[in-house]
Design a protein around this ligand. Structure first.
Ligand SMILES: [Zn+2]
Ligand SMILES: [Zn+2]
Length: 259
């Protein structure tokens, strides 16, 4: 199997301390591409440094919605400037999180729009985090799309089936995490089973959300193989083919990885 993990946090606690071993286990499991995601400005250098060091790791620059309050000055220009780095292939993660509400909602929305403008300006995909905020997410995506198109992905998809349709209609990809393997994820499993193969990505969001049979442990990119096998069974597909299709989708969406 040759797999892409479209969303992980390799410098986070649990992974950062044992990065060589984590990467070795990922490669052993067939992972050939990993996108190392940033969530705060003070992470950008470290997140990019991993991608400079490792040929199969790329980086994103962005501010997580949780962190919007702490970054009142991060605007489109700053994102665009750091996105010029050859190993930075995406903008995010950004979006709206009304479940935790760690940042003021107006700040979250303003930060999200700044990221979308950066995506439009650079042509790099926006990596969207959305939780309990699908109406506002859809409305902002549509509104910003009206000012000029940009590519993107809904990461760690857990939203409704209707929101999946909206995302697909806007040309977005949908990334499925280990949550799909959880017993109580019936609705997500139904949605994941019907998503078009050419818009599907798989991710770990490591160190979070380790899939069954690793649930409760520190997540790591190697586990994307388990999610792939589960998803293939759910969709009635061959795991090898699903791995290959999602790997190709990854490089199609994050086209700068091929540069
Ligand atoms: Zn997220
Ligand atoms: Zn994340």
């Amino acid at each position: 199997m040759r797999l892409a993990d479209s969303h992980c946090h390799l410098i986070y606690k649990g992974l950062g301390e044992q990065q060589p071993e984590v990467l070795a286990r990922a490669r052993e499991a067939g992972v050939v591409a990993m996108l190392n995601i940033s969530t705060r400005e003070n992470e950008w250098d470290d997140v990019i440094a991993v991608a400079e060091r490792e040929p199969d790791v790329w980086a994103s620059v962005g501010i997580h919605p949780h962190e919007a309050d702490q970054h009142p000055d991060i605007g489109t220009a700053r994102l665009v400037e750091r996105a010029q780095h050859p190993r930075v292939v995406g903008i995010g993660e950004s979006g709206l999180d009304y479940y935790y509400d760690h940042s003021d909602r107006d700040r979250q929305r303003a930060s999200f729009r700044a990221h979308l403008a950066a995506s439009r300006e650079t042509g790099l995909p926006i990596i969207v985090h959305t939780r309990d905020a699908e109406d506002d997410t859809a409305q902002i995506l549509r509104d910003e799309m009206g000012r000029g198109a940009f590519p993107g992905v809904i990461h760690c998809f857990t939203a409704s089936s209707a929101f999946a349709d909206t995302a697909l209609e806007l040309g977005f990809y949908i990334s499925i995490s280990g949550i799909v393997t959880f017993k109580n994820a019936r609705d997500l499993q139904e949605t994941a089973a019907r998503l078009p193969l050419d818009r599907l990505l798989i991710e770990t969001d490591a160190p979070f959300l380790a899939p069954v049979p690793h649930r409760g442990r520190t997540g790591e990119p190697a586990f994307v193989a388990d999610t792939c096998r589960f998803l293939a069974q759910l969709r009635g597909e061959d795991p090898e083919q699903l791995a290959e299709a999602t790997r190709q989708n990854f490089h199609k969406l994050f086209a700068k990885t091929l540069a």
